[in-house]
Ligand binder design. Structure first.
Ligand code: HEC
Length: 197
């Protein structure tokens, strides 16, 4: 196929992906409403055969992408005081009870050479994405069983998002902020497409 057709096909794939993400968010929004309705009225949930209402409600808490929209870096610095007993934030900072956290967001998990990690942490695959850091800071001992960070976790999503925003700033090249894909965003992209496509 010629390059024009190729562009068209590529754009088609992109549109499909964006739509899929958008629909996923939409589905979450719908579920969220159902969960709220269930809380608002005394319905006998024992009649629900599949996933319990509680399970569904757990699933549909705000995503980290949504939480990051309201994150505040000053608040993040305040929250970090809870971490500072064990972590230094500055570039080249020494390890304390925990590793220095410069460049932690977006980087490989457990790769700070100055620190002796637990086997559990070393065995954890992947990078510190917004999503995984959010999960870890919610309840460290559940996110990575047997890791040695003795910290109960941050219950409030806004505290986690704000401290994550602060951690993001601890880098010479902070990674991109996450975006919330909405149907409106997909429509805007379609709108902006050249007519020749
Ligand atoms: C009581 C000490 C302590 C406190 C408080 C603490 N941490 Fe930790 N943290 C640790 C230790 C120890 C580790 C290493 C865990 C391991 O190796 O199992 C760690 C690991 C981490 C890692 C992984 C680092 C890497 O190199 O992969 C992150 C991210 C992190 N902590 C963030 C935080 C944040 C954010 C806070 C505050 C909200 C916090 N910690 C509070 C002790 C602490």
């Amino acid at each position: 196929m010629n390059s024009h057709d190729f562009n068209k096909a590529a754009m088609g794939v992109l549109m499909f992906l964006l739509l899929a993400i958008g629909l996923h968010n939409l589905t979450e929004a719908v579920f969220h409403q159902e969960a709220m309705a269930a809380n608002a009225f005394p319905i006998d949930v024992s009649a629900v055969a599949s996933a319990s209402v509680a399970d569904v409600a757990m699933e549909v808490g705000p995503t980290i992408e949504e939480l990051m929209q309201t994150a505040n870096i000053d608040k993040g610095m305040t929250v970090f005081k809870k971490c500072a007993a064990c972590h230094t934030p500055e570039s080249g900072g020494r390890a304390k009870i925990g590793p220095n956290l410069w460049n932690v967001l977006g980087g490989d998990i457990a790769t700070n050479g100055d620190f002796g990690y637990s086997n559990a942490m070393l065995a954890q695959e992947g990078n510190w994405t917004y999503e995984f850091l959010n999960t870890y800071l919610t309840k460290p001992k559940d996110a990575i069983p047997k890791n040695k960070m003795v910290f109960a976790g941050l219950k409030k999503g806004s505290d986690r998002a704000s401290v994550i925003l602060y951690l993001r700033s601890l880098s010479d090249a902070p990674i991109d902020l996450p975006v919330v894909a909405t149907v409106e965003a997909v429509e805007a992209v379609v709108e902006a497409m050249p007519d020749t496509m």
